[in-house]
Ligand binder design. Structure first.
Ligand SMILES: CC(C)(COP(=O)(O)OP(=O)(O)OC[C@H]1O[C@@H](n2cnc3c(N)ncnc32)[C@H](O)[C@@H]1OP(=O)(O)O)[C@@H](O)C(=O)NCCC(=O)NCCS
Length: 184
C-alpha cells in the first residue's frame, strides 16, 4: 500500500517524461481518448478542464508527443480525478502509475501550501465496475470503494463505482451514506 504519491516498489521504469498538458497536445490527446473510451470526451471538454485555475493536468510524453494524460480538478472540499488514459500501445509499462503518482504528489503539495488546509485533501473518482485494470491501479494508490452512482454511463447505463482516497467525511459526504460502504 502507498501513502505517498509514488509506489515504493515499482518493477518498471517508464522512459516517458512528465510535464503539464498544453493546448498544443490536444490532437494527440483526443486521439488517445477516442481509442480508450466508449464515450470519449470532446475536444471542448478538454479545453474546459484545462482552462480551470485549480487543476492538475499532466502529459506523459515521448519525443514531446503525449502517450498518456491525467486531469484532476479541485472542487471546494475535494479533488476529482476527471480523466486518465494511456495510449493502448503504451499500457502495462507503469506509465499510468507514474502519472497518477505524480498528480497525487502535486495535489498533496498544494494542500501543504495552504496553512488553513494543511491536511491531505480527499480525492474522489468514478470508474466502471467492469474496468478492473483501472480499479487495480487506483487501489495501489489507496483509493477505496464507497458505493455507486446508478446508471452513470450513458452509452450502456452502467453504474459508476465511487472511490475515495482520504476521508470522504472530510469532504462533507454524510456519515449515513458512508456507513453502507465502509471501503474495501
Ligand atoms: C487504466 C490505465 C490508465 C492503466 O494504465 P497503465 O499504464 O497500463 O497502468 P500501469 O502499467 O501503470 O499499471 C499499474 C497497475 O495497474 C493495474 N493494471 C493496469 N493494467 C492492468 C490490466 N490490464 N489488468 C490488471 N491490472 C492492471 C496493475 O495493478 C498494475 O500494476 P502491475 O503492472 O505491477 O501489476 C490504462 O489501462 C488505460 O488507459 N485504460 C483505458 C482508459 C481508462 O479506462 N481510464 C480509466 C478511467 S476511470
Amino acid at each position: 500500500m502507498h501513502n505517498s504519491g509514488s509506489p515504493e516498489t515499482t518493477k518498471k521504469a517508464p522512459t516517458e517524461i512528465l510535464r503539464r498538458l498544453t493546448f498544443a497536445d490536444l490532437p494527440a490527446v483526443v486521439s488517445i481518448e477516442r481509442r480508450s473510451f466508449a464515450s470519449p470526451w470532446s475536444p471542448g471538454m478538454f479545453v474546459l478542464e484545462m482552462s480551470r485555475e485549480s487543476s492538475v493536468t499532466l502529459a506523459a510524453t515521448r519525443g514531446d508527443r503525449p502517450v498518456a494524460y491525467a486531469i484532476f480538478s479541485r472542487y471546494e472540499e475535494a479533488w476529482h480525478m476527471m480523466n486518465v488514459a494511456v495510449a493502448p500501445e503504451h499500457r502495462r509499462r507503469g506509465v499510468g502509475s507514474m502519472l497518477i503518482g505524480r498528480a497525487l504528489e502535486l495535489i498533496d503539495a498544494d494542500a501543504s501550501l495552504n496553512p488553513e488546509t494543511d491536511v491531505t485533501v480527499p480525492v474522489t473518482l468514478e470508474v466502471r465496475p467492469s474496468n478492473r485494470s483501472a480499479i487495480a491501479l487506483y487501489e495501489e494508490f489507496d483509493f477505496r470503494r464507497y458505493g455507486y452512482r446508478k446508471g452513470y454511463y450513458p452509452d450502456n447505463g452502467e453504474d459508476a463505482m465511487i472511490m475515495w482516497r482520504g476521508d470522504p467525511a472530510a469532504a462533507g459526504v454524510p456519515e449515513e451514506a458512508l456507513s453502507a460502504f465502509p471501503g474495501a
